[in-house]
Design a binder for this molecule. Structure first.
Ligand code: NI
Length: 173
């Protein structure tokens, strides 16, 4: 597995609507495995393909955070949120493409998700808590949407300016 560089906001590739995956291939499975390695290394709990510069509908996640608990890596091709609860919950979200910036985002507390797994089988599962927030955050990436798009404009602009500065500093090194 190979770690891939993570794009930092603002980047036009993070704003694009990603294309559905037509057929699984070894290249796509390799991409998914690389994304998991990149996510664990960061460390993070979710990563979407556009964040590594590939505009395909693929996300990976693992929201098991407790020390000693068994990891649960999930690879989702063409994930779709097919139902959500009326009940909503708020989490302080962050994003590997927006390092060290956080903001409260309110989303449905529970979601039903359908996707194609690494073996090409259709899966469906209900998610709650952090898992529900994370899967919605990652699916948003596939539609060119970032968590800061839910924040007030001034806060969003402040974070974007910080990221522009961070990118300038990184290119200078
Ligand atoms: Ni993100």
């Amino acid at each position: 597995m190979t770690k891939r560089p993570i794009l930092i906001h603002p980047d036009p590739r993070l704003k694009k609507v990603s294309a559905p995956v037509p057929d699984l291939s070894d290249a796509l499975r390799k991409l998914a495995d690389d994304m998991l390695e990149t996510m664990y290394d960061a460390p993070g709990i979710g990563l979407a393909a556009p964040q590594v510069g590939v505009n395909s509908r693929l996300i990976v996640l693992d929201c098991v955070k407790a020390e000693g608990e068994t990891p649960r890596p999930l690879i989702m091709f063409n994930p779709e949120i097919i139902a959500h609860s009326d009940e909503r919950s708020t989490y302080e979200e962050g994003c590997l493409s927006i390092p060290e910036q956080y903001g409260d985002v309110e989303r449905p507390a529970e979601v039903s998700v359908r996707w194609i797994d690494r073996d090409g089988n259709e899966q469906q599962e209900d998610f709650a808590g952090l898992w529900a927030t994370c899967v919605q955050h990652e699916v948003d990436h596939l539609d060119g949407k970032l968590f800061i798009d839910y924040l007030k404009p001034l806060r969003r602009q402040l974070i974007t300016r910080r990221m522009q500065k961070l990118k300038r500093e990184r290119t200078r090194v």
